[in-house]
Design a protein around this ligand. Structure first.
Ligand SMILES: Nc1ncnc2c1ncn2[C@@H]1O[C@H](COP(=O)(O)OP(=O)(O)OP(=O)(O)O)[C@@H](O)[C@H]1O
Ligand SMILES: [Mg+2]
Length: 166
């Protein structure tokens, strides 16, 4: 079997709320392999987004290990994490986090331009067409429905062809 793309070993997350510490993830062990598509299902507030944030290196595990493509995210500093994410991860946030002053096309082209992809805009157009937004490319996020904004966020995350799409 191939090495896992994501490997969590007894990953824990405790956050310091103002009403005292909250144990959000209580020891998650999980391997995800290449080409696997995994759905995370659970009640609201059960920790799905928090787990994705750990896998994406956007939140640091309180204990345990999180390996992505064989690299230990729990041992990286912020700069190393940012570089690793830029090269390997696409993230669709629950609240999208589109840049409000940029059109759909500019939002999707941005990560491609940051990665110095030569045909950033044609590729961004193709990604938007693929999610059915060919006729909304020049709209701003505030001019789109919630589902349309979510599709822009999907196109933006997938456009750089990341090894890991969260
Ligand atoms: N900064 C924080 N401090 C303390 N507790 C937090 C913090 N952020 C999130 N939580 C708590 O962590 C728990 C898990 O939140 P999370 O966002 O991971 O849930 P979720 O499963 O994604 O929920 P939903 O389906 O509603 O998106 C929640 O109970 C939430 O209240
Ligand atoms: Mg969530």
């Amino acid at each position: 079997m191939t090495d896992p793309v994501l490997a969590l070993t007894d990953a824990r997350l405790t956050l310091a709320g103002n009403a005292g510490p909250v144990d959000i993830l209580k020891g998650i062990s999980l391997d995800i392999r290449k080409c696997e598509t995994v759905g995370l299902v659970g009640p609201s507030g059960s920790g799905k987004s928090s787990l994705l944030m750990l896998m994406g290196g956007l939140e640091r595990a309180t204990a345990g290990r999180v390996l992505a493509l064989g690299q230990d995210l729990t041992a990286m500093d912020e700069d190393a994490l940012a570089r690793f994410r830029r090269g390997n991860m696409g993230v669709v946030f629950q609240s999208f986090h589109l840049i409000p002053t940029m059109t759909a096309l500019e939002n999707v082209a941005l990560p491609l331009e940051l990665a110095a992809v030569p045909d950033a805009f044609p590729r961004a157009e193709a990604e938007l067409a693929a999610v059915g937004l060919g006729s909304r490319m020049h709209h701003y996020p505030s001019q789109m429905s919630g589902g349309e904004q979510q599709r822009v966020a999907l196109a933006r995350a997938a456009a750089p062809r990341p090894a890991i799409l969260l």
